[in-house]
Design a protein around this ligand. Structure first.
Ligand SMILES: NC(=O)c1ccc[n+]([C@@H]2O[C@H](COP(=O)([O-])OP(=O)(O)OC[C@H]3O[C@@H](n4cnc5c(N)ncnc54)[C@H](OP(=O)(O)O)[C@@H]3O)[C@@H](O)[C@H]2O)c1
Length: 277
């Protein structure tokens, strides 16, 4: 890996990638350095830098916001990803891109493998699927699309920190218990990315999430137990907690290509140590 470029480097995953790839002295580009929706900028700046590995963690990730701004979401999460694939192709570079469990409808009861047919139920999921397809339909063969789920990490707003802050305020907390997924630590996902590249796995789609499954309510319960914080927590159904986005009920990502990652509970304990709370 002579020259590594990380795009979206100030995001939650981007910051974790910057830490994990630090030994390779990656070039870190935030939104201020490159707007991936501007094709001339993408061609000119990436062409001039000529990286061998492009890792794209830039995205429009406000899931409810995507419902109102699907056009912008599709530009950032979809069309722009095609620009990156095109730039990578011209440089013979490898492109790593991230997608989501939200490309699935959540109606399958056994979890989703890489080849399962996506059927997004939300604007966010649709926009991310446009991104997957933009890579697959481009001329680029050297790509990894890594689908992840329920991310939290040290940099950026996330469910763990939201729960902790609500508990500290002593507020009653209602969390849905009928959406099931796999909470995933951003640092683990960044490390899994490095492993895929380091071990030269075949190009294609991968599922990477911490092992195991739980509901958002189960996740919240574990957060309060691990962080040893008293909280007034209760469970509710999705119907009782309506949001603009229709989220999948069961979107556990299974990997048929790689060994499972460590459990989501172990990862959460590690996050607590890192946060030193
Ligand atoms: N978060 C999750 O639960 C989750 C779950 C599954 C998959 N994923 C995927 O994992 C990846 C990383 O997510 P994340 O949670 O780390 O996201 P994040 O924290 O929201 O970071 C995304 C970054 O992208 C930047 N960005 C937005 N629009 C851009 C543009 N047009 N050009 C360049 N940069 C732009 C943002 O900068 P500004 O803030 O300055 O706009 C932000 O720094 C994404 O592909 C996401 O879809 C996330």
């Amino acid at each position: 890996m002579d020259k590594v470029l990380i795009i979206g480097s100030k995001g939650m995953l981007g910051s974790a990638l910057a830490d994990v790839f630090a030994d390779f002295n990656p070039v870190l580009w935030s939104h201020d350095d490159l707007d991936i929706t501007e094709k001339p900028q993408v061609d000119e700046k990436i062409g001039a830098l000529a990286p061998n590995l492009i890792i794209n963690s830039a995205a429009y990730t406000n899931v409810d916001g995507c419902e109102e701004n699907e056009e912008i979401a599709t530009k950032v999460n979809g069309t722009a990803v095609g620009y990156l694939a095109n730039a990578a192709h011209h440089l013979n570079a490898i492109l790593v891109h991230y997608s989501t469990d939200y490309v699935f409808d959540g109606l399958k009861k056994q979890g989703y493998v890489e080849d399962d047919k996506p059927n997004p139920m939300s604007a966010y999921g649709r926009s991310k699927l446009v991104g997957e397809k933009a890579i697959q339909e481009s001329e680029l063969e050297s790509f990894y699309i890594i689908r992840a789920a329920w991310l939290y990490g040290v940099h950026g707003k996330n469910f763990v920190d939201t729960m902790l802050s609500l508990a500290k305020k002593g507020k009653p907390i209602k969390v849905v218990d009928d959406q099931i997924g796999s909470p995933t630590y951003a640092l683990d996902l960044a490390q899994a990315t490095l492993e895929i590249i380091d071990t030269k796995k075949p190009f294609g789609i991968y599922h990477r999430a911490n092992d195991g499954q739980t509901s958002w309510h189960g996740f919240a319960k574990e957060i309060f137990s691990v962080f040893k914080i008293k909280a007034n927590l209760s469970a509710c159904s999705t119907e009782e907690y309506p949001t603009p986005t229709k989220r999948p009920k069961f979107s556990v990502l299974l990997s048929t290509k790689l060994e499972p990652m460590r459990s989501w509970q172990d990862a959460l304990r590690d996050y607590k140590e890192t946060r030193n709370i």
